[in-house]
Structures are given as C-alpha cells and as structure tokens.
Design a protein around this ligand. Structure first.
Ligand SMILES: Cc1cc2nc3c(=O)[nH]c(=O)nc-3n(C[C@H](O)[C@H](O)[C@H](O)COP(=O)(O)O)c2cc1C
Length: 354
C-alpha cells in the first residue's frame, strides 16, 4: 500500500486535514455516477470514511455508495473551499481504489479512532460496528490557494469584531432555543482541571427580575451614599440600573462554584486555584456573549452581583455555595446598535515578541 505522502503533496495533505467535509464520487458497473457528501479522516496510507447511516435492519451493503464500490472500486474524493473572496478558492481531488474494511481488523479500529478523533459526534455513534470505506489513493490533483487560512478563522473573527455591549433592549421575547444555545456555549469554556467552576441561573419573569433589582439596589445605594453622591444622582442611577434589569428579556447570572476545585494546604496555591476559576468564569461569559451575537441576539455584562453576592443568593434563594459574579443581559437591541468601542493597537498590547 502506498503512503499517502507519496501521492499527496504536503500542501494538499495539510489542506485535506483541515477540511471537515468532502464529496465521494463512485460509479456502478455501468459507469453511472453517484456523489455524496462525506466526513473523512486522513490515515497514513488511506482516506477513511465511516458508514453511519445504516438503519437497524438494513445491511450497509444496500447503501448506493457501498454497492457501487463493490461493483467498481474506482472512486474520487474532492474537498473544496468556497468563499466570496475568490482569491481564497481551492480544492484537492484524490482518485483511488476503495475497499471496505472489516470491523474485526486492526486497520478498521485505527480508522475508527481517527474518525472519532476528528469528529466528536462519532464518539456516541456505532461506526465501529459497520465497515469503514478506505480509499487507497493513486493520484491527486489540486488547484487554488491551498495554504490560505480556512473560512472558519475569519468567521470567528467577524463575530468577535461585531459583538458589542448592549444596554437597552426591545420588549421582544427571546426564543428558548437561543438561550439554550448561549448556555451551551458557556458550558464548553475551558476550566482548571476541567472542573467547570461556574453555574448559571436564568431569569425571564418580571417578578424575579424586580426582586433581584431591589436586592442589588439596596447595596448599591449604600455604596453610592458612602461615595458622597447626591440623593438625586443616587436615585437616578438606581432607577437606570433597575430599568436595565427589568427591560432585558433574559438575565443570565453566572456564579462561581468553588467546591469541585483542588484543595491545597498552602494559601498561595489555593489563591491560584481560585484565580483560575474566576478566569474560567470570564471565558464562559465570553463564550456566551459571542454565541449570543452569532445567534442574532444582543447582550451586555453587568458586574453588580459581584459587589453584593450574599444579597443576590439570599434574594433568589440560591445555594449558598454559589458566588454570583456576572449578570448577562440578553435580548434585541433597541434603536441603533451602539458603536463599537475602539481597541488599543496590537503593537501597544504585545509587549514582547521573539
Ligand atoms: C468584568 C466585566 C464587568 C463589566 N461590567 C459592566 C457593568 O456593570 N455595566 C456595563 O454597562 N458594562 C459592563 N461591562 C462591559 C464593558 O463596559 C464593555 O465590555 C466595554 O466598555 C467594551 O465595550 P464592548 O463590550 O461594547 O466592546 C463589563 C465588562 C466586563 C468584562
């Protein structure tokens, strides 16, 4: 069996490794063509494709692509990048002979590992019980800007650049599935030892928001008075903050939860552990904000709970092991979206480069 590297150039292999989907073309004994989109993984000598669509009582050999391979092993696989910037277009096409790997073989087990490593969705699918298609490549052709970055890079940056803090919302309901999407993103944030030291509380009911606003308002009033602010200013700012909470269709309170963290005998390491947990809470919040923006929602961040965590816990009847840190507001911006705040240039932020 020829190594893939003897057929594929380095740039072609690197391009294929980054692609998530390809098209597999097969043809039957009469030469009638058939093409399907496939997930694939690159091995050392072959390209592997799982068979995951088998209905329980139908053998995989009924799939058209499998019947074709059994009749005529010559196949082609093409993976391409399309973007509106045509200087970034590219494709790689591989021709070869396809075989079906039997589930009892070592090569099959290795192929399943590769496929599951690339696509987490396969972890819970029974691809290990079905044959895997292995393409023994014979020839490769390619065109375009193979080395250029893939489209997902710029899309993520578009979301990052587009997001901005919103503080006034329309009275428009936020669909529940979008709130779930935002929470799902928060759940996947990096965390120290993977302990996920955060919990979320979600509020949409007027009465709960009012209750929360009152609890935080009392503390804020005391702080503002301590700062020597005039009565009118104190009342104005408190009313502004209360309206912000009441007008936001959804509030997501992010609480620190430290009980699952490692315990150290010395205070210094324990402090480090707590700092990591707080850093991770910030990552969860940012995941949530970016996903909100990416889902067509607007969002904002309020730090108020951080200054009166016990009051918030008490007002909402939360577990006393939770430390409220951040309140995210979710909804649809009222009026023109706020202008993006400018950022310092990278030259100023990167203080050392080697
Ligand atoms: C930890 C943290 C706390 C924040 N607290 C508040 C807040 O209490 N009220 C508020 O209006 N914005 C708050 N923000 C939002 C910042 O003001 C905002 O991110 C910053 O001005 C940059 O604007 P942008 O988010 O639109 O890019 C907070 C942001 C962070 C990261």
């Amino acid at each position: 069996m020829r190594a893939l590297t003897s057929v594929l150039g380095e740039d072609q292999a690197a391009f294929l490794v980054r692609q998530r989907v390809a098209r597999l073309a097969t043809s039957d004994g009469m030469g009638k063509p058939h093409a399907v989109p496939v997930c694939f993984a690159l091995g050392r000598a072959s390209i592997f494709i799982a068979l995951d669509e088998k209905p329980k009582d139908v053998p995989v050999t009924r799939l058209k692509r499998v019947r074709n391979i059994l009749e005529n092993p010559h196949v082609a696989l093409i993976s391409d990048r399309y973007t509106e910037e045509w200087n970034l277009l590219a494709f790689v096409m591989v021709r070869g002979r396809a075989e079906l790997l039997d589930p009892d073989t070592e090569e099959h087990a290795a192929a399943v590992r590769l496929l599951r490593g690339k696509y987490h969705q396969y972890e819970t699918m029974r691809i290990d019980e079905n044959p895997v298609i292995a393409i023994r490549s014979e020839k490769a052709a390619s065109w375009g800007a193979l080395a250029e970055p893939d489209t997902y890079g710029p899309q993520v940056l578009d979301t990052i650049h587009g997001r901005r803090s919103v503080r006034r919302y329309l009275q428009k309901r936020v669909p529940e599935d979008l709130v779930e999407r935002v929470l799902e993103a928060a759940r996947w944030a990096p965390s120290p030892h993977g302990r996920q030291p955060w919990r979320f509380a979600v509020f949409t009911k007027e009465a709960t928001k009012e209750h929360l606003a009152r609890a935080m308002g009392e503390e804020w009033r005391a702080n503002l008075e301590m700062d020597g602010q005039s009565v009118e200013i104190v009342e104005k700012r408190l009313e502004g903050s209360r309206r912000r909470l009441l007008d936001a269709p959804v509030l997501v309170l992010i609480c620190l939860y430290l009980e699952d963290l490692d315990a150290y005998p010395d205070a210094e390491r324990q402090r480090g552990e707590t700092t990591m947990a707080v850093q991770s809470l910030g990552a969860a919040a940012q995941n949530a904000l970016l996903t909100a923006y990416d889902s067509g929602l607007d969002a904002g961040w309020m730090c108020a709970p951080l200054f009166c965590p016990e009051k918030v816990v008490e007002a909402l009847g939360l577990d006393t092991g939770l430390v409220p840190h951040a309140l995210l507001t979710l909804g649809y911006a009222e009026g023109d979206p706020p202008k993006r705040r400018s950022r310092r240039p990278l030259d100023e932020l990167v203080v050392y480069r080697d």
